[in-house]
Write a protein that binds this ligand. Structure first.
Ligand SMILES: [Zn+2]
Length: 337
């Protein structure tokens, strides 16, 4: 294939519409729907129903993203009204008050560094260098309030135990809404595995010697394809999976996912390890330009290999299936028969 064809494929790939939320609402909703199918008829289903009342796991799966519409700079008012259809169920007076209360409690509780976003936004990810085989607290990109710890804390709340610091989850209902979301995010490879680059676009390991904050690609947010950023490209689900079109097929596959081994509290880190392995596939045969700084830090252009769309489809399908299965496993382990 000549270069022009290759370029046009890359442009076409990167111009696919991308959602502004992690996984996009469709991905999170699929994860909630798959888990709901898998726990049907169990004690876990009864507990979920009693906590969520009239709502479903599918509906509440995006609450953790909807709360980002609360603006601390504007006295914690909700600034996204009507913007995201999937957030509509939470846009009642009581619903907005609950979102604002959550953001107030989880805004500055983690002592965020000057260049980091609000604490509750950091609960959605960890940016670990893909040179590592395993998630380990202490690596650059991890923290006591990263996604692995956030899931751990939500589990504690649902088990009726004291939650971990610095999290401020109000009650079991809130913890369940957050858990449903974070388990989805944990399976999006670029929410866990990241790449660090020097100014020449060469891969560096931030845990090897002095860490240069400028080498952080922020889970692919600092990597630009011709029409957008790499993180958003991976947040979007394939068109076939939109609006839950394939939930039945995904649920059938999810039923075949092996039960995670070991103790429940070690599961989130094991799934993070799988996400790091998938992030290696995300970056296989990619090429990076030299960096060019913008207002938010360094930026690099990324060239993607041929057939990248196929790779994305495969990885994303497996991630959604595993996320749904793993969420169901967690819920059943928290509330065994
Ligand atoms: Zn998220």
């Amino acid at each position: 294939m000549n270069n022009r064809v290759i370029t046009s494929i890359i442009v076409a790939l990167c111009c696919m519409p991308v959602a502004s939320f992690a996984w996009g609402p469709d991905g999170h909703q699929s994860v909630g729907a798959i888990a709901a199918t898998l726990i049907a008829g169990t004690k876990a289903e009864k507990k979920v129903n009693s906590l969520l009342e009239e709502s479903s796991l599918e509906q509440v799966s995006i609450w953790a993203d909807c709360v980002k519409g609360i603006s601390p700079e504007k006295d914690f008012t909700y600034t996204s009204a009507g913007k995201y259809p999937e957030c509509a169920p939470f846009e009642t007076t009581a619903g907005i008050a609950a979102m604002a209360a959550y953001v107030r409690q989880n805004q500055n509780n983690c002592n965020a560094a000057f260049d980091q976003e609000s604490c509750h936004k950091q609960y959605h990810y960890a940016d670990i260098a893909i040179e590592h085989d395993h998630y380990k607290t202490g690596y650059v990109g991890t923290s006591d309030h990263d996604i692995v710890h956030a899931i751990g804390s939500a589990i504690l709340v649902l088990q009726g135990k004291p939650q971990a610091k610095p999290f401020q989850f109000k009650d079991q209902r809130e913890a369940l809404m957050l858990l449903t979301h974070y388990v989805g995010d944990l399976h999006q490879p670029l929410h866990v595995g990241s790449i660090f680059l020097n100014s020449d676009g060469k891969i560096v390991n931030p845990d090897d010697g002095q860490y240069d904050r400028g080498s952080n690609t922020v889970g692919g947010n600092a990597l630009q394809c011709p029409c957008g950023n790499m993180h958003a490209l991976w947040d979007d689900v394939p068109a076939q999976f939109k609006k839950g079109r394939m939930n039945q097929m995904l649920s059938t596959k999810a039923k075949g996912v092996a039960k995670t081994k070991g103790a429940l509290d070690a599961w989130p880190a094991l799934w993070a390890d799988e996400a790091i392995m998938n992030a290696r596939i995300v970056f296989k045969d990619t090429h990076f330009s030299k960096s060019s700084p913008n207002q938010r830090g360094n930026n690099w252009s990324v060239a993607l290999p041929l057939e990248y769309e196929k790779t994305m489809y495969k990885v994303k399908e497996e991630a959604l299936v595993n996320a749904g299965a793993h969420l169901a496993q967690l819920l059943q382990a928290i509330w065994p028969e």
